[in-house]
Design a protein around this ligand. Structure first.
Ligand code: ATP
Length: 217
């Protein structure tokens, strides 16, 4: 469950990226986040994942109020969240396998169990057999799949994706959307941002539209 209660985010320098937003995404829901560049989509996702903090208002994730948590408590909330970052954050000096292993290393997972999970995640996104490949040798679409495998390898209950279909051709973008749908179908709460609304329309899901940090019509 994700709940925003009158959330405002003002960055240092005074820019208000989100203004007094309230909404709820129920557990197991798949919701799209639309809006032009600069509308506040990334900021909203960063507040959910605890990368940024709200200036005012409350952000609740799985009934934990992130606005009131101490920084030391955040990692426990983050263990239930998977993030596909807009800038990928792939480590190009590590293999595909090691990139996906990273979140489990951070949690301190049992090694053998972790290896099993990494293989399962790579299989799920269609990258089985590419474990030893260096990411630079993957296509753009495959790199995006690598990011998705890394985001789901710890089996989060919430999956956030910031413009996961940007820079992909339409057929590939739709494939990626299908992949997110498959996580939603097994009960994961999914929140995906995109500026191309035509990618969202076929799914019949709720679309939260932002313009200048507020809900757009
Ligand atoms: N760290 C920051 N410091 C100051 N201003 C920021 C920061 N991050 C974002 N902003 C500003 O906040 C506004 C919202 O940005 P945000 O990245 O959330 O929008 P977006 O809808 O995700 O756009 P894009 O798709 O281009 O990333 C923009 O005006 C942006 O310049």
């Amino acid at each position: 469950m994700i709940r925003f209660d009158q959330v405002t985010k003002r960055y240092p320098g005074g820019h208000e990226a989100l203004r007094n937003l309230s909404f709820t995404v129920e557990s197991g829901e798949m919701v799209f986040l639309a809006g032009h560049s600069g509308a506040g989509k990334s900021t909203l996702l960063k507040l959910v994942s605890g990368i940024e903090r709200a200036t005012s208002g409350n952000v609740l994730v799985n009934n934990q109020n992130l606005s009131k948590l101490r920084a030391s408590q955040l990692p426990y909330v983050r263990q239930h969240i998977g993030v596909v970052f807009q800038d990928h954050k792939i480590l190009f000096d590590r293999t595909v396998f090691d990139n996906v292993m990273l979140p489990l290393d951070i949690i301190g997972f049992d090694r053998r169990d972790a290896q099993r999970r990494v293989r399962a995640a790579l299989d799920k996104v269609g990258l089985a057999g590419k474990e030893k490949v260096m990411p630079i040798r993957l296509s753009g679409g495959e790199q995006q799949r690598l990011c998705i495998a890394r985001a789901v390898v710890h089996r989060p209950s919430i999956l956030l994706a910031d413009e996961p279909s940007a820079n992909l051709d339409r057929a590939y973008a739709l494939d990626i959307m299908e992949l997110f749908k498959s996580f939603h179908q097994v009960g994961v709460t999914v929140l995906i941002s995109a500026h191309d609304e035509t990618l969202m329309e076929d799914y019949g899901r709720r679309i939260i539209r932002l313009r200048e940090g507020q809900f757009a019509a």
